[in-house]
Design a binder for this molecule. Structure first.
Ligand code: GDP
Ligand code: CA
Length: 304
């Protein structure tokens, strides 16, 4: 039995952090993954963050930030000839994952059961838990337009529209998936990966009892997704600004108010360690695209 690490994750940023812990010996790793990005596309239940986590832990993540690396696109190419919107691209191997998920859900499996089976197919040893087995659908509010489903905003519009509010439809009725609260209670260390705070982590924190259980946890550390105030990819800074959060490190602390014991910022933001934001701030190299860099950061997070 190693040290128990439980990590909250969205897609790319969180998955990179998870891969760092998975590379360490004597770490018993559990991932609690956002399901607010889930949707039904071409009749299939897609869970983009769960898939990104599993493909990344398997070393097979697509380089564009979704899907499987070097996947072929025969199905998409054929589908493009039909009168249907095809802005949501899915590769052939990725289609198989989504077909399996949809078929099993229709046969009565829970999303947790599907995810466990998927992780096994990809040879992933970490425990991967959907944050909830119940439907949660993130929507963003675009001024003058109204509420947009997450994938329409993120993929179809390439997250270019301004956002002034977010909501997680269904979260009032959603329960944490089996094992989620236990994994938070049992952890020696909780890590909130460098995921988009409002879009990837809030839909997890909004589930009943999750935030309360985190407050009681032994040690909760977040890694900032912002480096010098900017995300490496995606709209985290713009969305945080649109929601009225402060810019940069202060905004990340505010997004996780009451939950963090410590925030890790990138070495370039070292000056933030001298600002009193009410939590310990530590500066470390946080560019973790390479697995070695992710493992180094993971081992540093294990040190108090
Ligand atoms: P998504 O679901 O794929 O959008 O993924 P996440 O919400 O998990 O991750 C998006 C965030 O990851 C962005 O805000 C990026 O800035 C952050 N990110 C990606 N790679 C890295 C990295 O190597 N280091 C840090 N610090 N942040 C990263
Ligand atoms: Ca996502």
């Amino acid at each position: 039995m190693g040290v128990k690490v439980t990590a909250l994750s969205g897609g790319v940023g969180g998955a990179r952090m998870l891969r760092g812990f998975a590379a360490l010996e004597d770490v018993d790793l559990t991932a609690i993954v956002n399901v607010g990005d889930d949707d039904v596309i071409y009749g299939l239940h897609v869970s983009p963050d769960i898939d990104t986590v599993i493909y990344t832990l398997a070393g097979q993540e697509g380089l564009a930030g979704w899907g499987v690396r070097d996947d072929t696109v025969a199905v998409m190419t054929a589908l493009d000839r039909f009168p249907i919107d095809t802005w949501f691209r899915i590769g052939d191997i990725d289609f198989a994952t989504n077909l399996f998920r949809t078929a099993r859900l229709q046969a009565g499996w829970t999303l947790s059961q599907v995810t466990t089976a998927e992780a096994a197919v990809f040879g992933v040893e970490a425990t991967v838990l959907p944050a909830s087995d119940d439907p949660i659908r993130t929507q963003v509010h675009v001024p003058g337009e109204g509420w947009l489903p997450f994938q329409h905003y993120f993929v179809d519009r390439q997250h270019l529209s301004p956002v002034d509010d977010v909501r997680f439809v269904g979260v009032d009725r959603a329960r944490p998936a089996p094992g989620v609260l236990q994994a938070i209670e049992d952890a020696d260390l909780i890590v909130i990966g460098p995921s988009n705070p409002p879009l990837s982590i809030w839909p997890i924190l909004a589930i009943a009892d999750v935030a309360d259980t985190l407050v009681e946890a032994r040690r909760v550390v977040a890694v900032s997704p912002l480096i010098d105030g900017r995300p490496l990819k995606g709209p985290a800074d713009k969305v945080m600004e649109g929601l009225g959060l402060p810019a940069g490190t202060a905004g990340v602390v505010a997004a996780y108010e009451g939950i963090l014991d410590e925030l890790v910022v990138d070495s370039v933001d070292r000056s933030d360690t001298e600002v009193d934001l009410g939590v310990r701030i530590r500066a470390l190299p946080t560019r973790i695209g390479a697995v070695e860099a992710a493992a180094t950061l993971a081992s540093q997070l294990l040190e108090e």
